[in-house]
Design a protein around this ligand. Structure first.
Ligand SMILES: Cc1ncc(COP(=O)(O)O)c(C=O)c1O
Length: 381
């Protein structure tokens, strides 16, 4: 998304990021895992909330670590001034591991082959080992893990700096899913494998937000919290006891209002036809901004203190809301989603309307939306 510096005085559509709420979430989550360090996961432009300002707020709130997927993201954090512990975990062949080392970025080896690539760099960074305990995605799986441990023993003997071992859960948002126990047991075995090979496993970590919230046995030395730091639940049905404040509010200004008779078709394909005389409002935001077209006919917005339905097909640049007899005017603020406290829809509701998860709703925003940050570290909650 566009950074805050470029926001015009009256943007058409913008996302407000409440960094005070973000800091409150980070603190509340850290308190829920008191025996572990906390890594704030800020990959994918901090889930669409703005990488550098969110990273700064994470550190202010006491996050011990930052975590990102790619080396490019990690380097962007260093360029933005971050100097603290920082891990990245996804590198295709050819990644510049020497640059990581020069910038004090820890990298992840997911196979013996990748460890060799990292060690081939002229400056070798600190390395964490990733074991696939059953996610079936990144990390050393099955025999690959034994190969990685052997390679790590050789690397350590040659002076490599191995600092941690970690894995990622497949079903943490379903706390009773048997895969959680199985993966945790496999992770403990992997840690034992390292010890049996004479290596210090270093920092052990397994938990994402869901496991942080529901599975203390998986906290180990560090928890990696992403979605919950943004105030959104990993799954709306997952019970937890940490008060989370949604950080992002998405707004636009009504670009037009018009009175139409009953029987008027609205937007492409006439998927909606008015059933009475009503006022339609034009909202200048659409799938070009990452608002899901699938929410057509299902989502609601908030205008002048009232819920207002999105009607007709959501287009690339715009969507239409049915204002009924609300005395709305061109220029009025339309809130698509926010924390929900005043009655406005939430990102979780938009996810349900779009047939997706809240992660995708916030992370997928972009295009012409301007990103603004409210930042008052002194404000208390
Ligand atoms: C390796 C890893 N750890 C932690 C997280 C954070 O997950 P969540 O946003 O569910 O807390 C992610 C995000 O997908 C991840 O890829």
């Amino acid at each position: 998304m566009r950074p805050s510096q470029t926001v015009p005085a009256t943007p058409q559509a913008w996302a407000e990021v409440d960094l005070d709420a973000y800091r409150a979430n980070v603190r509340a989550l850290a308190a829920r895992a008191p025996t572990a360090q906390l890594m704030a996961v800020v990959k994918a432009d901090a889930y669409g909330h703005g990488l550098v300002p969110v990273a700064r707020a994470a550190r202010e709130a006491g996050a011990d670590w930052l975590g990102v997927a790619t080396l490019e993201e990690a380097l962007a954090l260093r360029a933005g001034g971050d100097e603290g512990p920082l891990l990245c975990w996804l590198a295709a062949p050819g990644a510049d591991f020497a640059a990581a080392a020069r910038c004090d970025i820890e990298v992840t080896a997911s196979s013996a082959e990748q460890l060799a690539e990292i060690l081939a760099a002229d400056v070798v960074p600190r390395i964490q080992l990733k074991v696939d305990t059953g996610l079936g995605r990144n990390g050393a799986f099955g025999d690959q893990w034994g190969e990685l441990v052997s390679a790590a023993v050789d690397a350590a003997a040659a002076g490599a700096r191995l600092t941690g071992v970690w894995s990622h859960l497949a079903c943490a948002d379903e706390p009773d899913h048997p895969a959680n126990d199985a993966q945790e047991a496999r992770f403990r075995d992997a840690v034992d494998d390292l010890r049996a090979a004479g290596l210090d496993p270093g920092l052990r970590h397994l938990a994402n937000s869901a496991a942080l919230l529901t599975r203390p046995s998986a906290h180990f030395d560090l928890v990696r919290a992403g979605i919950a730091t943004y105030g959104l639940p990993p799954d709306p049905a997952m019970p937890h006891d940490v008060p989370l404040i949604p950080v992002m509010t998405l707004r636009a200004r009504l670009a037009a209002v018009k009175r139409v008779p009953a029987g008027q078709g609205v937007s492409y394909g006439y998927r909606h036809v008015t059933d009475r005389e009503t006022t339609l409002g034009l909202v200048p935001i659409g799938y070009g901004e990452g608002v899901h077209r699938a929410a057509t006919g299902r989502a609601e917005t908030w205008v002048r203190g009232r819920r207002v339905a999105v009607v007709g097909t959501i287009c690339m640049d715009q969507m239409v809301v049915d204002l009924g007899d609300l005395p709305a005017e061109r220029g009025d603020v339309v809130t698509l989603f926010g924390p929900g406290g005043a009655g406005e829809p939430t990102a979780v509701e938009w996810a349900q309307a779009s047939g997706t998860i809240a992660y995708e709703v916030v992370t997928g925003l972009g295009g012409r939306i301007h990103l603004t940050h409210t930042d008052d570290p002194g404000r208390s909650r």
